[in-house]
Design a protein around this ligand. Structure first.
Ligand code: SF4
Ligand code: SF4
Ligand code: FES
Length: 284
């Protein structure tokens, strides 16, 4: 990690804080934010001391740094409610949503270090280029629903849709992608590894009660499902509490194993799917 540098040119007036709207409010403490500043050519950690109020989250304080000391600081955010997935960063070494991370989590009097996501290329300061994930998302074969019932409806039982509904909670924050060692430490693996967020998407479709498509050859041969060794780091990071490994990756692995190494089980499941036609994902 780079040596921290005091980048601030002036500290705000003690005992007061300026919000993004320009309102001045009373504050209780002063905090030091150690932020990575730089671009693809390189950068360094810079210290900014600003006031903080009780109940604030990391993103609040970063906005105060931006409003008072570093107007050119690049930071991505949108909802400030833990739902858009934009404000992901590494706070004191752990991937987190900045808008959902309370300042009270950290030891008073010690700097709070905020770095950009390490797995993705730097754009500027705390903003990274996460387009790898969207490229992988484009390669996921879409839902191929079975034909409608005679009355024109698509009926599903609630018990059959519960698992896909859990997986559908994903907010695409990419914290799981960031922490996954398969691509975090091995840039070269990005060519052949979709990553946990995309495995969640594959599982959501594979388990969908209306879907007829078979994505198992794609998962095995091009998406690197076998590279995942179920360390569960991704599950620990998920702000939506999705059980990524237990409820998405392991069931996908089981399906792939059944398809390739247990043809009897594969045939049995095919019959149980009530004769629905399966579409080969690799023909798309
Ligand atoms: S469980 Fe698999 S996908 Fe999740 S972090 Fe570990 S290796 Fe990556
Ligand atoms: S699965 Fe969880 S950690 Fe991964 S992108 Fe979705 S919400 Fe974020
Ligand atoms: S700003 Fe939307 S999740 Fe943090």
């Amino acid at each position: 990690m780079s040596q921290a540098e005091p980048c601030a040119r002036a500290a705000p007036e003690p005992g007061r804080a300026v919000t993004r709207e320009g309102t001045v409010t009373q504050v209780r403490v002063s905090v030091t934010m150690r932020l990575w500043r730089g671009d693809p050519g390189g950068g360094a950690l810079c210290d900014y001391s600003v006031p903080a109020q009780e109940g604030e989250v990391v993103l609040d304080v970063i906005h105060r740094v931006q409003a008072t000391l570093a107007p050119d600081l690049a930071v991505r955010w949108n909802c400030k409610a833990g739902k858009c997935g934009s404000c992901s960063a590494e706070v004191n070494g752990r991937p987190r949503l900045m808008c959902m991370t309370r300042m009270s989590l950290f030891e008073p009097g010690t700097p709070v270090t905020v770095m950009p996501l390490r797995t993705f290329p730097i754009v500027k300061d705390l903003v990274t280029d996460v387009s790898f994930n969207f490229e992988m998302a484009r390669r996921v074969p879409a839902l191929a629903p079975r034909p409608r019932e005679a009355d024109g409806t698509h009926r599903m039982a609630q018990r059959d849709i519960e698992r896909p509904q859990e997986l559908h909670r994903c907010i695409e924050c990419f914290l799981c992608q960031d922490v996954c060692h398969v691509i975090r430490d091995h840039e070269e693996n990005k060519e052949r590894f979709a990553g946990p967020r995309l495995f969640v998407r594959y599982a959501e479709l594979e388990m969908h009660p209306l879907d007829t498509r078979d994505r198992r050859p794609l998962l095995r041969e091009q998406m690197g499902l076998g590279l995942c060794n179920i360390t569960k780091c991704c599950t620990e990071m998920c702000p939506e509490g999705i059980k990524i490994t237990d409820n998405a990756i392991i069931p996908l692995k089981e399906r792939v194993v059944d398809a390739y190494f247990d043809p009897v089980a594969w045939l049995g499941r095919k019959i149980l799917r009530r004769g629905r036609p399966r579409v080969d994902s690799q023909k798309d």
